[in-house]
Structures are given as C-alpha cells and as structure tokens.
Design a protein around this ligand. Structure first.
Ligand SMILES: Cc1cc2nc3c(=O)[nH]c(=O)nc-3n(C[C@H](O)[C@H](O)[C@H](O)COP(=O)(O)OP(=O)(O)OC[C@H]3O[C@@H](n4cnc5c(N)ncnc54)[C@H](O)[C@@H]3O)c2cc1C
Length: 471
C-alpha cells in the first residue's frame, strides 16, 4: 500500500491532471474483456513531459503504473491488476501529416481512424485498420502490434511504423528509429517496443508510414455448403494470382446467428461465407473481384455491383461479433493464428471439442492471415459452463501450438493469456524476455504481472451488463 496523498501532491506539483473519483477509477479498471481491477489513482497525460513526470513519481515511490490507450484491448493489458496508477494517454493525441515523406507524426493517444482521416485530406491513408479503429489508440496498436482487416495486403502495425519516442520507466525519453525510408544503424530498438504491451516503456509519439489512397474498392462474397468447403475456397484464393486486401471467413455457426438475429438481411442459403475486398485503381479492383468470382464460380460467388450491395455484403461480417450472443451470454475466446495447411485439422478438432463439452463454437476471422477468432459460448448461470469453456480453450491452445500456430495474432497476451506463454515459448525464450524486462524496468513498475508472469484466471469472472462505447 502506498500513500495516495503523497502521489496526489507530487502530481499537483508537476502540473499533472489526475483523479481518484469512483467513476474515473471504474472506467480505468477494465478493457473490452471486462475483468475489472480498480487502480488507486488515474493520471491523464497531455504531453511527453506529463508521462515522464508520472513515471518519475512512480519510480521514486515504487508504485505500479498501467498504461491505458483507449481500453479496447481484449487481453486485459491495460487493466491495473496490481492497483496503483493508471496512466491514461487519450489526451496525448496530436496528429501532423508530412505528405512529402508520407509520414504521420502522432501522439500515442491519437485514435487510429482519426489518423487515417487526417491522412485522407492529403490523398494518403494509414493502412492498419483494426475493427476497433474508431476507438483504439495508436499507442495501444503499437503495444499489441494490432492487425486489422487489411493486414493481408498491407501488414500489421509493425510494418507501417517508422519511428517511436518512448519514455522509459526512469522518466527518460528516447527516440527509436527515425522517420526515414531506410534505417540501418545498428539494431533498431523500436521493434522491441512493438508488441511489448506497455511492459518496457511508454510510447509517447509515433511516426507512421502512409500510402497513397486507393482510387477504388470492390467487394465480393461467396457462400459455401459447409465449413470445410469454405476453407477450400480460402485455399483457392491464396493459391491464385490475386491479392485481396481483405479476406474474412464466417463459419456456419456464426452465419446462422447472423441470420437469426437479422432476418431482414435476407441472407441466402449458404452455410459458411467468405467476404473479400479488392482495392487499387478502378481496373485493378474490378479485375481482382472478377477473378474472385471466377475462381469460386462453382460456389456461386458474387461481386457487388453497387456501393449499397457492397455494404450489404459487409453487414454479414460486421454483425458476426454481436450475433454470436445468440449462442450464450458469455464467451471464452482467443485470436489464434494457424499455418494455412493446418486450418481444417484444427477446425475438426475444435468442433469435436465443442460437442464433447456441450458448448457452441462459432469461428470467424481474418482467413487471409490464418488468424481466426475462436469462441466457446456459454450461459453464465449454467453450472460449470465457464469451467468447461476454459478447459476447452486450454486444449484448443495446446492443439494450435502443436500444429505450428500462435496463441495470439493481434490481441496480445495481457494477463488473460499469460498462462499460454509457456505453451508458445521455451523456458529459455521466456527467461530472455524477463531479462529484457529487467533491463528496461529494474523496479518492475510498468504493467507488473502481465505477459511474462502466469496469472491463474480460473477464479475470475468478467463483469456482465457493462456497456462500453464500441458495443
Ligand atoms: C470491437 C473490437 C474489435 C477489435 N478488432 C481488432 C482487430 O481487428 N485487430 C486487432 O489487432 N485488434 C482488435 N481489437 C483489439 C484492440 O482494439 C487492439 O488491441 C488495440 O490495439 C488496443 O488499442 P487501445 O488503445 O484500446 O489499447 P488499450 O486497450 O488501452 O491497451 C492495450 C495494451 O497496450 C498498452 N498500451 C496502450 N497505450 C500504450 C502506450 N502509449 N505505450 C505503451 N503501451 C501502451 C496497454 O498497457 C495494454 O497492455 C478489437 C477490439 C474491439 C473491442
């Protein structure tokens, strides 16, 4: 326990905004996964100097600091499981566009979609587009190496990042990389911070790469008679001469839920579905969609002829996440990545597991990256249902790793997935990661208890009935 009055006084002296009000503490206590742990105080940084000030106070008094962007994370990364200070970066949100260098220089709290919008004014765009882009922050995207729908063509956050400013736990800020096209002056420390989930340093500024905006987009959709036919459709596209920017799969359980929840959409007969989008010049986008339809002609694939029809296609995907709640009021989910050749094997295993455990198992996701969001749905009031879901997920993760896959493709580890780190990495790898953590953060004040330490979540329960802005 620490002296809250001392911390408040230090923040006041440094001119840092803070609150210990009940609402502010609650809002800072959870992310999208809804496991709530209250901090003792929330500090609101508006500048790099504020971040440095907070870290100096925390270091001096040895108080844990959990960095928070927008709180859309799905792994409990920004949840203050050890109490202490939540450092909220949403106010550090400047955006400057340099069209000559095709670089956006932004504060870590800048919202992803706002960066894209600012770039659009110069005929440029920021490619990474997590589905949460209207809310998520660039700092959070960097900390989790967020992917997005367009990752198939444009890569994840790491691939679109030029340089970073990072405040280290002792309060000193360093610049990692430069906003140049090339940089080969020794190991680039930038890459250590990407995916480090706020455990090594606090990203305060980022220089992001921008691209010329595509002139056109075309959507195409195919339904299949079953899930495995759908995966065969994915293989046909990946083996072909076309590169969609988006390739999203919805399995039969997911599609059925969308159908039940949204009868007005008039979704046709198919069981699973594959949505693709192509971008580029008018003729490139047209040609991509035309070839998609040709390659999947035996399944009756269609290309959207109008913007309105494209939006109808998109609705099938957009409704998936919420529609799954037809199958239960709670879920245990992961965002695994599978080698393309192992998708059908995993899928058969996962569905059999669901039958054995009497749980629904909808799957959808970024098929072009082999990155699937897998779910065990359950009703929280049903006896042992959550235990069964957790047990099922443990087995699914072991299988994923056995098949050569990854426990997370974009959501990160936080504390909710830390128990899977030993399945993914050898003891030597984990001890190297811990050494790196110790080097940057010898007092272990930044996001303690996350990523490298295993947390048992079996006794924890997510809050129900809490509405978040993106729901
Ligand atoms: C509806 C929905 C859809 C989603 N879709 C996708 C998707 O398509 N692709 C995808 O990748 N993710 C997706 N996500 C997950 C989430 O949006 C991303 O992980 C996002 O990058 C989190 O950003 P945030 O600002 O909300 O971070 P937070 O949740 O606030 O924090 C996430 C982690 O980053 C750390 N962090 C935050 N800011 C900083 C900083 N400045 N410096 C150091 N560490 C920091 C935190 O400590 C924490 O560990 C989705 C989430 C939701 C709710």
């Amino acid at each position: 326990m620490f002296d809250l009055a001392k911390v408040s006084a230090a923040f006041k002296d440094a001119g840092i905004e803070f609150s210990a009000g009940a609402k502010q503490l609650f809002d800072a206590s959870l992310d999208h996964a809804r496991y709530s742990f209250s901090p003792d105080i929330v500090a609101y940084a508006k500048s790099g100097a504020d971040v440095s000030g907070v870290l100096k106070v925390a270091g001096r008094l040895e108080i844990p600091v959990t960095v928070r962007g927008s709180g859309t994370g799905c792994s409990g990364g920004c949840v203050p499981i050890s109490g202490g200070i939540v450092l909220d970066l949403s106010g550090l949100n400047f955006i400057e566009i340099d069209p000559l260098s095709r670089i956006a220089h932004v504060g870590a709290g800048a919202v992803t979609a706002e960066v894209d919008k600012a770039a659009n004014a110069f005929g440029l765009f920021y490619a990474p587009d997590p589905s949460s882009h209207k809310y998520s922050s660039i700092g959070g995207n960097i900390a989790c190496n967020a992917g997005g729908l367009r990752a198939l063509k444009y890569g994840c956050t790491r691939d679109n990042l030029a340089a970073l400013a990072v405040c280290l736990p002792d309060g000193e800020t360093i610049k990692c990389g430069l906003p140049l096209r090339k940089f080969s002056a020794g190991p680039n420390l930038r890459d250590l911070f990407v995916g480090s989930e706020g455990t090594l340093g606090v990203v305060t500024e980022a220089w992001l790469r921008l691209l010329p905006m595509p002139k056109a987009r075309r959507a195409a959709l195919s339904f299949f008679d079953g899930d495995e036919e759908g995966f065969r459709g994915v293989e046909k596209i990946l083996l072909s001469d076309i590169t969609p920017c988006i390739l999203e799969f919805m399995d039969s359980e997911t599609l059925e839920c969308v159908r039940i929840r949204n009868p007005q959409m008039g979704i046709g007969k198919g069981k699973s579905a594959l949505l693709a989008e192509f971008d580029g010049t008018e003729s490139e986008a047209d040609e991509g969609a035309r070839r998609f339809v040709e390659i999947l002609s035996e399944y009756g694939a269609r290309m959207a002829k109008t913007e309105a029809e494209a939006e109808e296609f998109w609705q099938v995907r957009r409704k998936s996440s919420q529609a799954m709640y037809e199958l239960g009021d709670s879920k245990v989910s992961q965002d695994i990545v599978l080698p393309f050749g192992a998708v059908c094997d995993f899928f058969r295993f996962f569905k059999a597991l669901g039958r054995e455990l009497h749980l629904a198992t909808p799957v959808f996701g970024h098929a072009g990256d082999g990155n699937y969001h897998i779910h065990f749905m359950y009703f929280a009031d049903e006896k042992n249902a959550r235990e069964r879901a957790l047990e099922g997920m443990d087995k699914a993760i072991v299988k994923t790793v056995e098949l050569g896959g990854a426990v997370s493709g974009e959501h990160g580890i936080g504390f909710l997935k830390s128990k899977y780190m030993p399945a993914q990495h050898s003891g030597r790898q984990i001890s190297l990661m811990r050494e790196i953590k110790k080097l940057f953060d010898p007092k272990n004040i930044l996001n303690p208890g996350k990523v490298y330490s295993v947390t048992d979540i079996s006794g924890l329960h997510p809050l129900r009935g809490v509405k978040l802005p993106w729901d």
